[in-house]
Design a protein around this ligand. Structure first.
Ligand SMILES: Nc1ncnc2c1ncn2[C@@H]1O[C@H](COP(=O)(O)OP(=O)(O)OP(=O)(O)O)[C@@H](O)[C@H]1O
Ligand SMILES: [Mg+2]
Length: 260
């Protein structure tokens, strides 16, 4: 029987997700510029193909094919070869083409017939949303997400949240969050004057998950998760403070309390 989880293939992240994403779910990956959304998206697709024999589509409005092939090669991912083997399609298109095609025949139909994908990454949904009139946003996004679901795709939808500190309010404001089954955020954290990166799971419908913001780095091998920021509070608000754990002995030594 097929696992009911779509594993990311990044062990620590799958552990945080208690096994992986729920299969067939739409997952939003939100973060500000340069936080590694594209890298994580590619890794999810590549791991699907190489580790779990699940083919994938990578849809981008943001980059030229040559750029994606080049950047992926830096991580050791050979996209061209996978495309030749019909396990992957990299689709570089414009939001307009995608939106126009939403009646009847869908732009993705032929690619789905060719590679029978189980996974899809859309880089990015926020870019697509910019091409939709505000009053039709919910309807169009709903149609798009529903299309992916009828094709039984486990989707990772990238969302560029504005603002250097990667505040996530914009997601809920635009009413996108109700559409998706899970939300992951990537955000910069300034701690003791150095910039670090944190990943958090905001929601995961129908499953328990790790609630802690966890440090990650992007290395030449891709995403690497480190430890949760357990010693800090206020990370979401953008002003982390170290949580002081002061023992009674410390207090006695400092003279702040007196021995009874
Ligand atoms: N080969 C590599 N080795 C190590 N780090 C890398 C490598 N390639 C990229 N990075 C790091 O990843 C960051 C960008 O990652 P990525 O393009 O995935 O982010 P993004 O969130 O998609 O950004 P954007 O908002 O520009 O789309 C770079 O700023 C760099 O720090
Ligand atoms: Mg990107």
């Amino acid at each position: 029987m097929m696992d009911d989880r779509a594993k990311t293939g990044i062990t620590e992240l799958d552990n945080m997700l208690r096994g992986g994403f729920m299969r067939g779910d739409a997952v939003l990956l939100a973060g500000s510029a340069g936080m590694g959304k594209t890298t994580l998206g590619l890794e999810y697709i590549i791991n699907g193909i190489t580790k779990y024999r699940e083919n994938g589509l990578y849809v981008t409005f943001e980059q030229l094919p040559s750029q994606i092939y080049r950047d992926s090669a830096n991580f050791g991912w050979q996209l061209k070869k996978m495309e030749e083997e019909d396990t992957l399609r990299v689709i570089c298109t414009s939001p307009n083409l995608l939106l126009e095609a939403s009646d009847g025949e869908h732009l993705f139909d032929s690619f789905i017939d060719e590679v029978h994908p189980k996974r899809i990454v859309v880089d990015s949904l926020s870019h697509l949303a910019m091409f939709v009139p505000q009053n039709e946003l919910r309807k169009e996004m709903y149609k798009f997400v529903m299309y992916l679901k009828t094709k039984h795709l486990s989707s990772l939808l990238l969302w560029e949240s504005p603002g250097l500190m990667g505040q996530v309010q914009s997601i809920t404001e635009e009413g996108i969050s109700f559409l998706v089954d899970a939300i992951l955020i990537l955000k910069p954290v300034e701690i003791e004057s150095s910039m670090r990166k944190a990943l958090g799971i905001l929601k995961l419908r129908g499953s328990d998950h790790d609630k802690r913001l966890t440090e990650y780095e992007i290395t030449s091998e891709g995403f690497k998760l480190r430890k949760p920021f357990v010693e800090y509070e206020g990370i979401m608000s953008g002003s982390p403070r170290k949580i002081l754990r002061v023992s009674e002995a410390d207090l006695l030594k400092s003279g702040l309390i007196k021995r009874r």
